[in-house]
Design a protein around this ligand. Structure first.
Ligand SMILES: [Zn+2]
Length: 520
């Protein structure tokens, strides 16, 4: 007998109460099956007549919207009556869709169903998913949707951040038929979830030192990976004065983290990621308003996302050499903090006037970009940063903004972002904005006023990337893109496969970008 959730309670099946009690303490298996409403069929569970089951779902005059999920108890039927089946609609247009659009419908359907099953709460342990339509997209959606961050001390899955890098998982997710595509999707999603956890953790727990310790333990045992953590004395020797100027206002030691993954031959030029790692941004002397300031625990989102991407790239053993660099520190007002009007000399010798101490991201990135581009000479350098409030104003949380010196790099990022629905929008990197940051007493000023604030920030960063200038008519030796994730860092409304909260974007787009590049 197949009945939707609201149709009955267990007791109507005539189970003796005593056995009901026993069964309540055991955990059930939930089956999730995506259904094309125009062709409801699936051989995933042989004992299940999917078309018949689907025909019992009230749908009105139009097909059920993508992600609409109906739950059936005691289905497929077994002696103990513990099984649950969730049928989830792929939407009316599914059969007409192809490529990236089709993948996204699968993610929405599977993610919505996982969320529904999660609501059934304590009774469900195992979740078996019919991932046959698109195993990778299914795995991504399932693992993103089941993610939960909480530091509440009661409940069945309590997360003690001192004992692990990940919140415990409530549901055990697996496909009805295993595949490498599923495993790839798991690596993508778990890397993104790792970035979400880093971003969610409060600044008193995730200090720069704690960030590096978590990264070390997460990468522990992975092949071809070397992790180097530098301290402030090292940064001083390097002449990283703009990076160090930001950390002057806090007692918490700054760290400069490098991850080296060597998946290709040693002579193969690396690709490089740089991530902004402000573990808390109060604004410094240019103090931010207190309302909403707690979001700034996630101001290391750039660092979290490049580290997360590197984790998946190393787990999947992609055949590339990758260098990841993240400067990590706090930005607090203190007796030694940067003051508006201070002028500092960056590692590349340029002078910078600090007009606003809250524009600190570009200060720490200036030295990190110069160091990475000149020491490791990558062919492609991408930085990720929660850089400007102006980016949130421009694009909100839908797109991450990309500024690039290279049309080919932009195009590759765009394609990767569409494939994962972790999307990018190209923004202008235009010299005509330069007067806004060039007219102080120093070579550069760290703010350019309110108009086009994201564009002037990107232009500022460009001054510190080595190898992007055309020389004697020759192509630049390096392709650079700056990704401003200040808008996409947080989801203020839930999506079908993510809850509200820190998003961990653009981890998947970056991994997909590198995977595609490694196949060329
Ligand atoms: Zn700031």
């Amino acid at each position: 007998m197949l009945r939707p959730l609201y149709a009955r309670a267990h007791a109507t099946y005539g189970l003796p109460l005593s056995s009901l009690k026993v069964s309540r303490t055991m955990s059930s298996t939930a089956f999730i099956i995506p259904v094309d409403p125009k062709q409801p069929s699936s051989k995933a569970i042989p004992s299940l007549d999917l078309a018949k089951l689907w025909s019992t779902v009230p749908s009105g005059s139009s097909a059920l919207k993508v992600g609409t999920t109906r739950i059936f108890y005691d289905t497929p039927a077994e002696k103990d009556g513990l099984n649950v089946t969730a049928l989830t609609s792929l939407g009316d247009s599914f059969s007409a869709r192809a490529g990236d659009a089709r993948k996204e419908l699968v993610r929405k359907a599977v993610g919505s169903a996982v969320k529904k099953v999660k609501e059934l709460s304590e009774g469900i342990g195992e979740v078996a998913i019919d991932a046959s339509i698109d195993p990778q997209a299914s795995a991504v959606a399932a693992h993103l949707a089941s993610y939960n961050f909480s530091l509440k001390t009661s409940g069945s899955t309590v997360y003690k951040p001192e004992t692990g890098n990940h919140p415990p998982e409530k549901l055990t997710l697996h496909p009805l038929a295993g595949s490498t595509e599923w495993e790839t999707g798991v690596a993508y999603a778990k890397a993104q979830n790792f970035a979400r956890t880093l971003m969610e953790l409060p600044a008193n727990i995730l200090t720069p030192t704690a960030f590096t310790e978590r990264v070390k333990s997460e990468f522990d045992g992975l092949k071809s990976v070397e992790i180097i953590v530098h301290d402030e004395a090292w940064a001083k020797e390097q002449g990283m004065n703009t990076f160090l100027s930001v950390t002057k206002g806090t007692d918490e030691p700054a760290k400069f983290l490098e991850i080296h993954y060597k998946g290709a031959s040693p002579e193969s030029q690396p690709i490089a990621f740089v991530g902004k790692g402000i573990t808390f941004d109060s604004g410094g002397i240019s103090l931010k308003p207190s309302a909403g300031m707690k979001l700034m625990r996630g101001d290391m989102g750039g660092a979290a996302t490049v580290v997360g991407a590197a984790l998946a790239i190393a787990q999947l053993q992609l055949p590339v050499n990758l260098v990841v660099v993240t400067p990590l520190c706090e930005n607090l007002p203190g007796p030694r903090a940067n003051k508006p009007g201070d002028i500092v000399y960056a590692m590349n010798g340029k002078s910078i006037e600090i007009d606003n101490t809250d524009a600190e991201g570009r200060l720490i990135l200036a030295d990190a970009l110069y160091y990475t581009s000149t020491v490791y000479k990558p062919h492609t350098l991408i930085d990720s940063a929660t850089l400007t409030g102006a980016m949130d104003i421009a694009l909100g949380e839908v797109y991450s903004g990309v500024f690039s010196t290279s049309d080919s790099l932009w195009e590759e990022l765009r394609v990767a972002g569409e494939a994962e629905y972790d999307r990018f929008w190209r923004m202008p990197l235009d010299q005509d904005y330069a007067p806004q940051i060039n007219s102080s007493n120093a070579d550069l000023c760290n703010t350019g006023g309110r108009p086009a604030g994201s564009c002037t920030a990107a232009l500022f960063l460009k001054s510190f990337v080595g190898g992007i200038e055309e020389e004697d008519g020759k192509e630049p030796s390096l392709r650079w893109a700056h990704i401003d994730i200040a808008g996409s860092m947080e989801a203020t409304r839930p999506t079908p496969y993510q809850e509200k909260g820190m998003t961990g974007r653009p981890v998947r787009a970056l991994v997909e970008f590198v995977r595609r590049m490694s196949q060329q």
